[in-house]
Write a protein that binds this ligand. Structure first.
Ligand SMILES: Cc1cc2nc3c(=O)[nH]c(=O)nc-3n(C[C@H](O)[C@H](O)[C@H](O)COP(=O)(O)OP(=O)(O)OC[C@H]3O[C@@H](n4cnc5c(N)ncnc54)[C@H](O)[C@@H]3O)c2cc1C
Ligand code: FES
Length: 285
């Protein structure tokens, strides 16, 4: 039954993974690149998941929590995560050094319905830590560029120092096969070379065929309402607007009931939902 739901052999048993590389993305968000220790599982686990899925990361005797996979299955071998230091587990994760271990269960969740996005224009809107799951889908789409129409990536942060993957996006902006626009709310040190203002200001650059576009948004909850209004103005249908939602989770696989909203388990039926779901399932957002 569990195997049916999650597709994983024994989803309760975590896999040990070695921290290969880590560095700070911002003052409180750290990037972790990890490799599963069991060499036979490295390729199957890191090549067979959907962007938008998450892993349960744990440290024995400390805790366990869900974290979005920010790497892409089109570049197998490693898992990558961006982790914000907020509490017990994440503080302990920040103490770990390269070559030390963490434990992983998963991947869990529905992820983005990539098959339904094939042939469509893609419009991404990321705010803050929301860039973590969206980076996975963006890199996947760029690695399979011929399968999608035009691609627009809009990314907002509070200040230049708060922008996740800033240098990576500066490099990606040089590519001519997709359009990447970056903005910051404020630029206290006066060094920012791009737009200043909220992320919705970047919609002026977007030129997509609304009816044939899949839009994805992930960021702080306050952003969703304004971004969704912009999606609707462009004419993107409710069931082509995807958002990733967060709920406190325990098991990550539809067993404990911790994440239930209405008749949905956010850990299994989500964390990716459409605007149609959000309008029809009370309490989802
Ligand atoms: C599907 C999913 C994907 C996630 N992806 C990421 C990610 O990529 N990077 C990342 O840094 N975090 C992510 N999170 C959030 C992460 O799981 C929590 O921050 C986690 O609880 C941290 O554990 P902790 O023991 O350090 O903090 P805790 O001690 O559990 O909590 C510290 C503080 O954060 C609050 N909190 C905990 N979880 C949540 C939540 N889900 N929503 C709002 N407030 C919460 C607590 O109430 C408390 O105030 C994700 C959550 C979900 C559900
Ligand atoms: S976290 Fe246990 S049911 Fe979703």
């Amino acid at each position: 039954m569990l195997e049916e739901k999650t597709g994983i052999e024994n989803p309760y048993v975590p896999e040990r993974a070695r921290i290969v590389r880590k560095y700070d993305l911002t003052r409180d968000v750290r990037f972790f690149q990890v490799r599963i220790c069991d060499s036979e599982k490295v390729f199957p686990m890191t090549s067979d998941y959907r962007p938008g899925q998450f892993m349960m990361i744990s440290i024995p005797n400390v805790g366990e929590a869900p974290f979005s996979i920010t790497s892409t299955p089109s570049r197998p071998g490693l898992f990558e995560f961006c982790i914000r230091k907020v509490g017990k587990l994440t503080s302990k994760l920040f103490e770990l050094k390269e070559n030390e271990f963490i434990w992983l269960r998963g991947p869990f969740g529905n992820g983005f319905p990539v098959d339904k996005m094939l042939g469509k224009d893609l419009l991404f809107v990321a705010g803050g830590l929301g860039a973590a799951p969206l980076r996975s889908l963006l890199l996947y789409a760029l690695d399979n560029r011929d399968l999608f129409g035009r691609i627009f990536y809009l990314h907002g942060a509070r200040t230049p120092e708060d922008m996740l993957f800033r240098e990576e996006f500066f490099r990606l902006k040089e590519r001519d096969d997709f359009e990447c626009y970056l903005t910051v709310d404020e630029d206290p040190s006066g060094v920012w070379p791009f737009d200043i203002g909220v992320v919705t200001n970047l919609f002026k650059y977007v030129k997509v065929n609304g009816k044939n576009t899949a839009a994805v948004v992930c960021g702080p909850p306050v952003m969703y309402k304004f971004v969704v209004e912009e999606f609707l103005k462009i004419g993107i249908p409710d069931d082509h607007i995807f958002m990733t939602l967060e709920r406190k989770m325990k098991c990550g696989m539809g067993k404990c009931g911790q994440c239930v909203v209405g008749h949905k388990y956010v850990c299994v039926d989500g964390p990716v939902f459409t605007l149609w779901d959000v309008k029809n399932i009370k309490g989802l957002i």
